[in-house]
Design a protein around this ligand. Sequence first.
Ligand SMILES: Cc1ncc(COP(=O)(O)O)c(C=O)c1O
Length: 457
Amino acid sequence: MQPQFLKFCRLTPEIVKNAAEKFGTPFYLYDENTIVEKCRQVLAMPNAFGLTVHYAMKANPGKALLQLITAQGLNVDTSSLNEARRAFLAGIPYDRMILTTQEIPFGQDRTDLEKYIHAGLTYNVCSKRQLLLIADYAAAENVPLSMRIHPGVGSGESASRNTGDKYSSFGVHLTNIPEVLDTANARGIVINRVHVHIGSGGDPVTWRENIDRELMFLEKYFPDAETVNFGGGFKEARMPDEDAADIQALGEYATQRILEFYQRTGRKLHMEVEPGTFIVANAGFLVTRVLDKKRTGKDGFNFIILDAGMEANTRPLMYGSRHPFYVVSKDGQLLSHESEKRKNSDAFVLVGKCCESGDSQCLTKNGEIAPRLLTEPQLDDYVIIGGTGAYCSAMSPYNYNSHPQYTEVILRRNGDVQVIRKPQTMEQIVQNELPLEISQTNSTNKRQKINASYPIF
Ligand SMILES: Cc1ncc(COP(=O)(O)O)c(C=O)c1O
């Protein structure tokens, strides 16, 4: 399983087979070596006056991965108060977190936010309302704030992953910067960091152009800013025919522009990036088993039914994303390899077990079925869905059809496979549900009727 785009991965078909026999399918398997290498690559990005990398934990927020990634020297980008709390519970101090959220904190959330800022959390205000709500506290405590700008231009793997154009609502729109800054100035609040995140997995050229755009905002509007945060979104290659963003080249470009900025203004800007996908996407594999096979007539499709689908990887359904597939026989032989189509390949559609025709791993961005070439797996063989380390376990509609959250394991660098999340039990699925008192009336026509004991309308 070592095509070029997985060059750090230590997974072998035998490890898959042994783990499947030990833990039962389906499960997510993460490769520690890939994560460590990816952290190293991003920390080595060229920069002019220093670099801080925040791992966007929304990509995969589990405790073990947070601990592994922060141990490499990355900080954490959180997108909700609960993500900040969760990272703290994993042992990460608030002064290693930035919070960029659409939430408007009230009540306990507001009290907690102040507590976290006091402990060193960077609050990246995304709207005038957020600024107004925290203004008194920030002014009284003399805490500088960060501001997320909506640059008007973005790029993403799909339209819904573009967070910079007029169809998205993130950050203070460029046309509102003067007004929001007037508000900050009137309260004596210093904005010492400017942040833009244009989207996930988009065009690296647009990412590069954003460097210029953001530095232009910074020069024009933010005299006190010392840090420029370019967000995350580095395009990753999950499929052999995809090209990943060249983060070395992006770092060199950013360095050049930050140096030019320094020559013009005498200001040395610290640089920040906050990748999620780049760190974990290709470190993750969803290991499934073939449950069944069906063909829908002469003009239909060859369906392979797996024991996990949209509830474990919803990205094909949401974005039309393509993921690499590997087939491993039940005795541990690699039968099909994504970057090397074997002679006996045929076109198959991989689907899951949910009652939903969209529960498919083979969809286009328009929602059409796109069969894929692979060696035909037999019943009980394993199908491994690669590129599932980011926005899969984290973002999936688990518990749909009452399927549980699946086991997560990690392949350690020494070859051990260790559980990092146990599967959800049936008791956990229903644990917060409360019964309703229903009065039962005996029916005369022998059919039992169940009526609510009070009128609904
Ligand atoms: C503010 C912010 N930063 C970083 C990221 C991480 O993006 P990616 O996983 O594409 O690197 C996201 C993802 O949506 C985001 O919203």
